[in-house]
Each structure stands twice: as structure tokens, then as C-alpha cells.
Ligand binder design. Structure first.
Ligand code: COA
Length: 259
């Protein structure tokens, strides 16, 4: 599989099915500038293009931070609001492959906005989350307020965005911002376990579940329910649905092809 050439971030494929994007800019605690925003687009391009890739993971190689937000020193080269970051998060949210965010250390501003656009968030116990923008005289501009409101409720979104308050992993989990909290040393193993579990499911079913879940919040209930009914009827006709049933009867793990 041919991987795109990235500017600042690192991309690798694990198990031939998991695309892992790693932030590794320790001198800026992974504050992302315009070049890294383009790398996020290259990551989504790969997810969309490669049928063998079943799931994406975004993580950090810097212990102290997942992402310290947008690169404040680079505002002149990547004007604020960071439209390319917003577009990349929109694309992650709408891409047919699930994307997992593995978060340890500081996750600030655009880091929270990106995490909220991912499908599953796993936090290390070292994670600290905040939307610090109002303290800089600006505001979140990459869809973070709407996504946080959808993930954790309007009260939580307003309180965090209006106060710039930092919250711990434990509080973030209690507020519904993440699926689980694990010790920092277990973050990668638990993330990989989760990614492997998702990657083993039927790809077309994953895509339809993700779209159905997005529609549950993006449109009225009747429309979302109609899509879900159509999706469930369609998916039951696929070769992977037949394989799932066969594997159950034969008491073996299914081998899904995406067909
Ligand atoms: N943009 C650019 N550089 C950043 C950055 C950002 N968002 N966040 C951190 N850095 C840089 C710092 O300038 C510093 O660089 P230097 O060593 O050349 O001075 C380096 O990363 C380490 O950060 P430092 O502030 O020294 O570490 P700390 O442990 O004292 O504090 C933070 C860590 C994350 C709390 C602090 O750096 C911070 O508040 N960053 C800004 C976060 C933010 O507001 N993000 C939203 C932007 S829209």
C-alpha cells in the first residue's frame, strides 16, 4: 500500500488494516500549523482511498501532550480560524472508516475539537482537556463547540468554552467526553486492542453504523430512522452478512472482505 508523503506528522499501517497517524512535534507540544493540517487531510485521503484500511487511529508520541491546539506562533501562515483544520475534522467525521483518538497529556483547543470529531476517544489518566481560546481573545472555530455539545451536552460545552477551564481525564470521562480512561502506560496497548476489535468487524456495516449515528444528531428522527431501516435491509443482503451468519454456525471467527 502506498502511503502519502506527510509534512510534519507520521503515518504508518499496522496489521495491514489500521492507519495510525502520530503527532510528534515535542518542541511545540504538538501544536499544529498549516503543514500538519494538510497532513490530516492526507490521512483522511488514505482512509477513504484504501479498502484494506478498516480503521484510523490518531495518537501522540509526545508524553506531555496529545495536542496543544493550533500553533499560536503560526497564525500568520495559517490564519485563524483554521479552516483547513475544520475541514479535516469534518472529513474525519464523515469518512466511512471509524477513527479512534488516543489522548494523553494536554489536549487543548484544536486538540479537543479534533478529538470530538473522532468516533471513539480513549484517554490516558494523564490527559488534561480544555478549550483555552477565550483566554487568548479568540474562540474555537473548527466545529468544537457544536461537537462538544453533541458529545457531552450543551451545558458542558458552554461551561468549558466560556471558562477555558482545564479538566482531568477522570472529569472528562465522567462528563461523557471519552469511552474509557486507562493508565498512561497502557494507552497504546488498549488503543491497539480497540482498533483491532473494530478492524475485525464488517467494513460496510461499520460505515453504515457510523453514518446512521451521525444522522441521529444531524437530521430529524424520522429521516434518521428511515436511513437506519434502509441500511439494515441493505446490509443483510451483502456477502459479509452471509459470512457472519456462516461463521457463527460453524463456530469460527468471520472473515469479512467488505463485499
Ligand atoms: N502554539 C505554539 N507553541 C506552543 C503552543 C501552541 N499552541 N503550546 C505550546 N507551545 C510551545 C511553547 O511556546 C513552548 O515553546 P518554547 O520552549 O520555544 O518556549 C513549548 O511549546 C513548551 O510549552 P511550555 O508553555 O513551555 O510548557 P508548559 O508545560 O509550561 O505549558 C501548556 C504547557 C500546553 C499548558 C502551554 O504551553 C499552553 O498553554 N499552550 C497554549 C495552549 C493553547 O492555548 N492552545 C490553543 C491555541 S488556539
Amino acid at each position: 500500500m502506498k502511503l502519502p508523503q506527510l509534512n510534519r506528522l507520521e503515518l504508518e499501517i499496522i496489521d495491514k488494516t489500521i492507519a495510525v497517524l502520530t503527532f510528534n512535534i515535542p518542541e511545540k507540544l504538538n501544536a499544529l500549523g498549516a503543514d500538519a493540517h494538510e497532513d490530516l487531510h492526507s490521512f483522511v485521503d488514505l482512509l477513504q482511498r484504501e479498502p484494506a484500511v478498516r480503521v484510523g487511529v490518531i495518537r501522540s508520541a509526545v508524553k506531555k501532550a496529545f495536542m496543544a491546539g493550533t500553533d499560536i506562533t503560526g497564525f500568520s501562515e495559517a490564519p485563524f480560524p483554521p479552516n483547513r483544520l475544520r475541514e479535516a475534522i469534518d472529513r474525519i467525521e464523515n469518512c466511512p472508516k471509524p477513527v479512534i483518538a488516543a489522548i494523553g497529556g494536554y489536549c487543548l483547543g484544536g486538540g479537543v475539537e479534533l478529538a470530538m470529531g473522532c468516533d471513539i476517544r480513549i484517554l490516558a489518566d494523564t490527559a488534561t482537556l480544555a478549550l483555552p481560546e477565550v483566554g487568548l481573545g479568540i474562540m474555537p472555530g473548527a466545529g468544537g463547540i457544536q461537537r462538544l455539545a453533541r458529545v457531552a451536552g450543551m451545558g458542558v460545552a458552554k461551561e468549558l468554552a466560556l471558562t477555558a477551564r482545564r479538566i482531568s481525564a477522570e472529569e472528562a470521562y465522567a462528563k461523557g467526553l471519552a469511552a474509557m480512561v486507562v493508565p498512561f502506560d497502557a494507552l497504546w496497548d488498549e488503543t491497539l486492542k480497540l482498533a483491532r476489535r473494530v478492524a475485525a468487524q464488517a467494513p460496510a456495516a461499520l460505515a453504515l453504523v457510523k453514518q446512521s449515528a451521525n444522522l441521529a444528531l444531524d437530521t430529524d428522527r424520522a429521516t434518521a430512522a428511515a436511513f437506519e431501516r434502509w441500511g439494515a435491509a441493505f446490509i443483510s443482503t451483502t456477502a459479509d452478512a452471509a459470512e457472519g451468519k456462516r461463521a457463527f454456525i460453524e463456530k469460527r471467527p468471520p472473515v469479512f472482505t467488505g463485499a
